[in-house]
Design a protein around this ligand. Structure first.
Ligand code: ZN
Length: 144
């Protein structure tokens, strides 16, 4: 089911569950360099929830974002369809996913609902289509 923005409409109970899981996962992030902890909770279309946190590295580019960690966990367990993701940070304002994560989410869920929350309780919602318009998709490869 899609809402007016074209994003999958998740019920509020699911959003609350995702918010809580993303915040709990944020606390386990490994971010000694940026000190910017991020947690993500990804809702599979089958109702499963997959968590990820950012994992930094002394070789900075080797670090991994929370959102992509959650996608990897889900795919490794056979889940490839998603309805929503919650992202939690300690920033003052809700933080959208980075460009690389937007691209990875697009691969599996172009209609994804993206919810971002702060520890203080602020929340923002976007559709992935709003965050990544005119995306490069699997169909883009058909144009070769
Ligand atoms: Zn990212």
């Amino acid at each position: 089911m899609l809402d007016a923005d074209g994003a999958v409409a998740a019920d509020e109970l699911e959003v609350e569950k995702l918010r809580a899981r993303a915040l709990a996962t944020m606390d386990r992030a490994y971010a000694p360099y940026s000190r910017f902890k991020v947690g993500a909770a990804l809702l599979g279309s089958d109702g499963s929830i997959w968590e990820g946190c950012n994992v930094e590295n002394a070789a900075y580019p080797a670090g991994m974002c929370a959102e992509r960690g959650a996608v990897s966990a889900a795919v490794a367990h056979g889940v490839q369809q998603f309805d929503a993701i919650a992202i939690a940070t300690e920033a003052q304002e809700p933080t959208p996913p980075c460009g690389i994560c937007r691209q990875v989410l697009e691969e599996f869920a172009p209609q994804l609902l993206v919810v971002s929350v702060t520890r203080e309780g602020k929340m923002a919602r976007w559709s992935l289509a709003d965050l990544l318009p005119r995306a490069f998709t699997p169909h883009s490869l058909d144009r070769r």
